[in-house]
Each structure stands twice: as structure tokens, then as C-alpha cells.
Ligand binder design. Sequence first.
Ligand code: ATP
Length: 236
Amino acid sequence: MNALEVQGLEVAYGAVRALKGVNLSVGQGEVITLLGANGAGKSTTLRAISGLVRPRAGSITYRGEALTRLSPAQIVRRGIAHCPEGRRVFAGLSVQDNLLLGASGRRDPEIGLDIQRMFTLFPILAERRNQAAGTLSGGEQQMLALARALMSRPTLLLLDEPSLGLAPLVVRSIFATLKELKAAGSTILLVEQNVKLALELADRAYVLRTGQVVLEGKAEELRDDARVARAYLGGA
Ligand code: ATP
């Protein structure tokens, strides 16, 4: 059974129809990437799943339960963590406190253990643990945003452009971490502009264009598909 099932999803911002009937699914343990040009509706799809925008039509179910009437907080409690575009960390709080905030919905005794795990996964964050998050570099903030999302122990991770604006070396390191998460069995829905890296990591991909899925398939089959490149250039 698919973990996440999205059917006929429509979202509008006023008169702007951002999504016009999107269908996609994410299986347990799958890494799926959502590709497409600017404005295609990738971020909106993630926002609808995590309850930040209300769909006008369509259904979103996670593990058989409808999400469309739940609040963002309830959706987080169902195990879905959303790491939005733009590295939103709490600039005035320390690295460690940012991580603790990621675990704020948890009441188990393993939060400290998970912080140590994040420090192992991202050693630079361990070095900077007492530093205000706002003083970190862009790449470090992106790592912190990802680590904070992981602190909720998500069963589904929604990632919006984790490589945006980062130096190639930092991008490599973030993708290496995503590869580790995948190997550990994580379920991930990744929005990414770096098509090559995204298709190297993912099992399957969907290409969105003006609010609709125009292409889908196994990542390895889409790697050499000229239609993927055309979707970015806005062609047919
Ligand atoms: P990008 O890579 O540029 O973020 P995207 O594929 O994630 O692109 P979305 O951000 O989902 O695309 O936007 C889809 C459409 O909805 C675009 O036409 C965009 O201009 C519009 N849109 C997005 N957010 C809003 C908003 N808050 N108000 C009005 N229109 C919006």
C-alpha cells in the first residue's frame, strides 16, 4: 500500500490556479522527487500535504487517513515533517535549541539521543551547538533545518529545495546525508531544481508543469529523457 496518496489535487491562490488536478503517490521507504520549472506548483504540492494551504478539490491520504481536514499541527503528529524552502531556522536561538524545537511534539525519553545522532550526521552542527543559528552559513542553516525536521522522527519527510543557493560542495554533503536517510529506510518527497542529483537519489520522479503532472516514471529511466529537460524550458 502507498504511504501517501494524492488524487485530483487542486489549489488556487485567489485567481491563480496553482494545481489543476495533481495525482501522485509515495510508497513506504520510497524516495520520490518532484521536478519542474519555477512556478510549476512543486512547493504548493508540499504545502497542501502539510496542511499549510487548503485544497479546493482532491484528496490527500496518508496511511489510509484523509489529511485534508487536519491542521498542520495534527499532520505533524501523523509523522509528516515539512522542511520548507529558504532554511527557516530560528536565528536568535542556539543550534541545540533549534533542534529541541523540532522535537517539541515528542514526549519520549530519546530526544537527547536523537540530538547526538544529528551531531553525528552533521558534525559541523556539533561544533556550533551553542552558536545562534542566525550566525551559521547558508549551508549550515540548511543542515540545521533538515536536522530539525528529522528531530520530529518523521515517517514522511517533505523537502523543498534543500540545495538552493548552496555551494556545490555543500550540496554534495546534503545529498550524501539524504542518501544515508534513504539507506536507513526513510520515506522522502523531495522538490529539487538540481535534476541530475535528484534523479540519482530518487526511486521515481514526477514532472510538474503549470499545475499538472506531465511526466512520471522511474528515476533511472528519466535520467536520459529529453522531455525532462524540455519541461524545464517550458516546451511541450
Ligand atoms: P518555485 O520553484 O519557483 O518555488 P514551484 O514549482 O514551487 O516554483 P509554487 O511556488 O508552488 O511553484 O507556485 C505555483 C504557482 O502559484 C505560481 O504561479 C506562483 O506564482 C503561484 N503562487 C505561489 N504561492 C502563491 C501565493 N502565496 N499567492 C499567490 N500566488 C502564489
